[in-house]
Each structure stands twice: as structure tokens, then as C-alpha cells.
Design a protein around this ligand. Sequence first.
Ligand SMILES: Nc1ncnc2c1ncn2[C@@H]1O[C@H](COP(=O)(O)OP(=O)(O)O)[C@@H](O)[C@H]1O
Length: 235
Amino acid sequence: MCFEAASQLEKSSSTSTSPSPYKGRNFHWVFLGCPGVGKGTYASRLSSLLGVPHIATGDLVREELSSSGLLSSQLKELVNHGKLVPDEFIISLLSKRLQAGKEKGESGYILDGFPRTVTQADTLEGVTNIDLVINLKLREEALLAKCLGRRICSECGANYNVACIDIKGDDDTDDTEEVIKERLRIYNKMTQPVEEFYKKRGKLLEFELPGGIPESWPRLLRALHLENDKQSAIA
Ligand SMILES: Nc1ncnc2c1ncn2[C@@H]1O[C@H](COP(=O)(O)OP(=O)(O)O)[C@@H](O)[C@H]1O
């Protein structure tokens, strides 16, 4: 576990009460964690707090899938079976996104869903200096319950979870138990070595989620030596 980057952050962080005290800082952070752990939620909250973009490679892949053609049908096949898309493909998608961001004047980012293989981590390390990698963890039974309850609203596209709210879900989801198990298997085989990759470089911060967002968010901020802001405190 490495708190070096987080403590550097603590030394230099502002005590201002303005909504974005971290704006202008070049955070290059990565979120790791099993499918379903909640990376997207925490990455998105941190991105608002820190004023840097939240770049989720799953979203980049879904955008690509929404275009038509042979390529997208091949990709769909992989994605629907819980498999990873090829390294060269995802690296090229992310490079384009980072380049577009640079042209718009973005500095820094929170990456979510990348890197998922050691080849991806190696490539990223060759082009940028990642400051901190946050590895979110959840107890296994809580993770499975959460994954199996995960749904996407067919009306508005929002994510929700029938394990957290008391309504009956329909069966219109790709998250069958088999696909979930396949995602977890691939995570263990392909992505766990990425944890090791960053651990060796002293960049990995392990964080076990103690429960839901109200309990976990303030603790995560404390672990990162960040201050809560008014907006995220009431969200
Ligand atoms: N870094 C990556 N490497 C390979 N494939 C990826 C990567 N990021 C996203 N994908 C593909 O996009 C799909 C959706 O991504 P995401 O929403 O992050 O997945 P999940 O539902 O597994 O959390 C993944 O199942 C995978 O097929």
C-alpha cells in the first residue's frame, strides 16, 4: 500500500472552502476494482470534486458500439460475453479521447476501467506519469449480490440496482450470472496482475469499501487526504 502520493497531496492541498479547491491540479489517477464494486460511482464523484474529467473506457466502448458496421458487431460479441476487447483497440480509443481532451485544455483525469491488462498498464506508464492507483475492494458476498442486482433503466439509461432498492427488476439485462462470473474470472486472470504492477511501483492505495456510499465516501476522502465539499456531502 502506498500513501506517498496521497500524503504529497495532503501537504499541498488548499484549505479554501470554495467548491473546487483542487482545480488546476494535474491529477492522473486510476481506479481499479472488480466489475460491480462501484468504481464508476466513486470515480465520478472524485472527478467533480477535483475538477478533472472522469474517463471510463466502458463508456468509450459503448459509444463505439452505438456506431454501425462489422467492427461494432465483433465488439458487441466480446462485450456481451464479458470478455475484454483487444489491447490495441482500447489503447487507440483511449489515446483519441486523451488527445481530444488535451486539445480542449484538459489537464489530468481519473481513469476508470483502464488499464485492465499489464500490456495496457505498461503502455500507459510509457506515455504518462500516473500519480495514484486506487484499488477498491468489497467483500465477495456483497460484490456478488450487488452484481446480480445491477440493472440499467431502459427509459433513461441510468444504472440502478435491485439489490439496493425494493422494486422488482425485469430480465432485460446482460448481467446474467454466467456473464458476471466470466467478468470476475477475467478480472482475476487479467487485471489482478495490474494491481501487482502498480504495487511494485509504489502507486497502489488499497481501499476496502466499508459499506454503501454514505459510509464509504467520507472514509475514502480521508484515505486520500481530501476534503469533502458541500455538494458531495449532501449528494
Ligand atoms: N481497458 C479495457 N480493456 C479491454 N476491454 C475493455 C476495457 N474497458 C472496457 N472494456 C470493454 O468494455 C466493456 C464494458 O466496460 P465496463 O463498463 O468498464 O465493464 P464492466 O461492465 O465489466 O464493469 C467491458 O466488458 C470490456 O468488454
